[in-house]
Design a protein around this ligand. Structure first.
Ligand code: FAD
Length: 384
């Protein structure tokens, strides 16, 4: 076992750290308050290769291992969970789905535009009436000559309003339940395909979230990702990768909470001393540090298994359950260390808390991750 990062991993982590400090940090508060999605940040990340780090070089990516990619995610989330969320969906769910399931033509057509940030992607699984129970989705696709006609709505779709291409899962044979689901690539501008931004979210204000609306949206046969009936496998295999990434973003938010709380504790004077000198304040900081270090190891373990080509579904869910909870707990403790000021917009810790809340929900809630871990451990099938 080797716990050292490689030179390449350190280089890309530092590159992401410097980029986040230089390009994202100066506008994070402004964009959070204004609910402003800043496309140019994604384009600049694309120019550095940070929009497709784990994608092979032949498709425009950096061809890094997954551990490197988690380090990049952590650094971006440490500064902005909104930018991180845009990137994790664009890379670990959207691009990885095409990489794992797309044919050569689809990979060559879409991945180079995605890795450079020229085109943003989204991943549409959740619906207004169906979230955790994805196998029961209501969106349908009906074969009509050489085309498929899609009808339905997808809810809470990250990047949905800014994406040039959407992966959309639909029922093509309802009687077969999860075996009757197919994934489609739907380009922006396709007649019958539109989106509506979701406003007033608790957090992630600088990240676009939208509802996708499909009304007799006609796509050609070549739009199918994988084979007819593969859709559920496409979505679930991709979510394994996404969950490792969400866990790394959670570590980023937890680390940001430690950074902010440590600085404040050293500066704030009460009873004539910095509050950092009080052992009960130190305890809060130490709890955050211990849990965040543990979460980081879980993330790296899941990424390590993925890099080795071994099964990592269980470890991805373990990392996501723990790291997202740690992000929430750390952000909450950071608010407590800040006292009343932590409750105001004067310090970033209230944003960390609002943003961390999304991490326990998206790409499968904590309860669903626990079901996955239980099933994987007991050898029980997810769907019958
Ligand atoms: C900011 C944000 C971004 C998102 N981005 C995307 C995206 O890009 N693409 C996408 O497809 N979706 C996205 N989602 C949707 C997200 O994945 C779903 O919200 C999540 O899967 C839960 O589904 P739901 O909201 O319908 O809740 P429900 O499934 O209705 O669950 C409600 C509650 O019931 C619990 N529950 C449900 N079933 C069980 C069970 N069997 N056992 C125990 N507890 C259960 C859940 O854990 C939860 O606490 C996003 C959501 C948010 C908030």
């Amino acid at each position: 076992m080797n716990f050292d990062y490689t030179d390449e991993q350190i280089m890309f982590r530092n590159m992401a750290r410097e980029f986040a400090q230089r390009e994202i940090a100066p506008v994070t508060t402004e964009d959070d308050r204004g609910g402003h999605f800043r496309r140019e940040i994604i384009e600049k990340m694309g120019a550095l290769g940070l929009c497709g780090a784990p994608i092979p070089r032949e498709y425009g990516g950096l061809g890094t291992d997954y551990i490197t990619y988690t380090l990049i995610c952590e650094e971006i989330a440490r500064v902005s969970a909104s930018v991180f969320t845009t990137i994790t969906v664009h890379v670990s769910t959207f691009q990885i789905a095409i990489l794992l399931w797309g044919n050569e033509e689809q990979k060559r057509k879409y991945l180079p535009k995605a890795t450079t940030g020229e085109m943003i992607g989204c991943f549409g699984l959740t619906e207004p009436n169906i979230g955790s129970d994805a196998a029961n989705m209501e969106t349908t696709a009906r074969k009509d000559g050489k085309e498929w006609a899609l009808d339905g709505n997808k809810m809470w779709i990250t990047n949905g309003g800014v994406a040039g291409l959407a992966i959309v899962a639909a029922q093509t044979d309802k009687a077969k339940r999860h075996r009757g689901i197919t994934s489609f690539l739907v380009e922006k501008g396709t007649p019958g395909f539109s989106s509506k931004d979701i406003e007033n979210k608790l957090g992630l204000h600088a990240c676009n979230t939208a509802e996708l609306i499909l009304q007799n949206c006609r796509v050609p046969e070549e739009s199918i990702l994988g084979q007819v009936g593969d859709g559920f496998k496409v979505m679930m295999s991709t979510l394994d990768c996404g969950r490792v990434s969400i866990a790394s973003g959670s570590v980023g938010v937890a680390q940001a909470s430690i950074d902010a709380a440590t600085k404040y504790a050293q500066e704030r004077i009460q009873f004539g001393k910095p509050i950092a000198s009080f052992q009960l304040v130190q305890e809060m900081l130490v709890d955050m540090i211990v849990e965040t270090e543990a979460a980081r190891f879980l993330v790296h373990h899941a990424a390590f298994l993925k890099d080795k080509g071994e099964p990592f579904t269980r470890e991805a869910s373990i990392a996501k359950v723990f790291a997202s909870d740690v992000a929430q707990r750390s952000a909450m403790k950071a608010i407590k260390v800040h006292g009343g000021y932590g409750y105001s917009g004067e310090y970033p810790v209230e944003r960390y808390y609002r943003d961390a809340m999304a991490m326990v929900l998206y790409e499968g809630t904590t309860e669903i991750q626990k079901l996955v871990i239980g099933r994987e451990t007991l050898g029980i099938s997810a769907v019958s």
